[in-house]
Design a protein around this ligand. Structure first.
Ligand SMILES: Nc1ncnc2c1ncn2[C@@H]1O[C@H](COP(=O)(O)OP(=O)(O)O)[C@@H](O)[C@H]1O
Ligand SMILES: [Mg+2]
Length: 331
């Protein structure tokens, strides 16, 4: 999977497709041969179908390639994530189903720290899905770490406050990100954080805890590796891992091994937690609390906003995320 299915510079006639929850991938792929011409989704904030032209490759992930794109009506720059579906119909159905989950999630989200989603085009002819997103100029945290090396504590705090704010929003909607890592966190040129790539996310209905393993091993919580369930506390563990990564420039555990199977073994070992790099006591305390092996003892995203490290930083930079007097036991 991964190669683009349209040429750079080609104007894309947008066939915006609405994915009805009740439509199984089988219905869409097999029983509706005319699906490529059917207009079944348009939830762009602009209330119009975006005609776009594909530009340069700006990123590549596990599931697809991301290109810059230009809105042919306004000149606005966008990002388009192009995901090639398998030629094998059965696999394509599964991939399409997973993507439709991602799209359903993105549709409902409106928050400054969450990537904005505009439109989805599905081309059944070339078997690819194009997801139009807001273009985030700075790229991912991973890119920034590679370019500039590990971050200062002030940068870490600035980013963490915003990540936590995004998580408060997601978790309040019973959405667990499930794949929080530096490559899935984007940064604007004004240092605004955008949580992105909800490909592994799953809407959790009424506290239902998914038992499946998804995501990347370095940032995985023990309960995920041990297949004991995956809820919002698993994102909090990943946040702790992200702070370690921002402070050291490398993902947790990577000083011990680079093999996924070794990392999974390490995380499974009772009592093991990643090594915490040199940090102020305040920030170290946040990391320690996020990396409690017992998910029920980790702070929630809301509680983290009230941790004095985060609350003090928010106030000193006049981001009024939290109330001054309330520490809720996490400070
Ligand atoms: N909206 C965007 N604006 C700018 N760069 C992006 C955008 N979305 C993704 N990228 C870049 O593309 C990479 C892969 O995107 P991602 O959504 O994580 O794909 P995958 O699902 O394949 O992992 C990111 O790490 C980032 O560098
Ligand atoms: Mg990704």
């Amino acid at each position: 999977m991964g190669s683009s299915c349209c040429k750079t510079g080609e104007i894309r006639p947008s066939m915006s497709l609405q994915l009805e929850r009740s439509n199984s991938p089988k219905n869409l792929l097999n029983n509706k041969p005319d699906v490529t011409t059917e207009k079944i989704m348009d939830h762009s904030p602009m209330q119009r179908t975006i005609m776009w032209r594909q530009g340069n490759l700006i990123g590549e992930g596990v599931y697809g390639k991301v290109f810059q794109a230009m809105d042919q009506d306004t000149g606005e720059l966008l990002a388009v994530k192009i995901i090639k579906l398998s030629n094998n119909s059965e696999t394509a159905e599964k991939q399409f189903y997973l993507l439709s989950q991602e799209i359903e999630l993105l549709k409902s989200l409106r928050h400054i720290n969450i990537i904005k989603y505009y439109q989805t085009d599905i081309s059944m002819d070339s078997k690819c899905v194009n997801i139009l997103l807001e273009y985030v100029t700075g790229g991912s945290l991973r890119d920034l770490l590679m370019k500039y090396g590990r971050f200062s504590e002030n940068i870490i705090k600035n980013y963490v406050v915003q990540m936590v704010k995004g998580l408060v929003y997601l978790h309040s909607k019973n959405i667990v990100h499930r794949d929080l890592k530096s490559a899935n966190i984007l940064v604007t040129e004004d240092a605004v954080i955008k949580l992105s790539d909800f490909g592994c996310s799953r809407k959790m209905e009424n506290g239902d805890v998914s038992m499946s393993i998804k995501g990347s091993p370095y940032w995985m919580a023990p309960e995920v590796v041990l297949q004991e369930g995956h809820g919002s506390p698993s994102d909090i563990w990943s946040l702790g891992c992200l702070i370690i990564e921002m402070a050291s420039g490398k993902p947790p555990w990577s000083e011990i091994s680079n093999k996924a199977s070794d990392i999974i073994k390490l995380i499974s070992m009772p009592g093991r937690v990643p090594r915490i790099p040199e940090l102020s006591d305040d920030l170290k305390d946040v990391v320690k609390k996020c990396l409690n092996r017992d998910p029920s003892l980790r702070p929630t995203a809301k509680q983290l906003l009230l941790h004095k490290c985060i609350a003090n930083y928010s106030m000193s930079t006049s981001h009024s995320y939290v109330s001054k007097n309330s520490t809720n036991g996490w400070a």
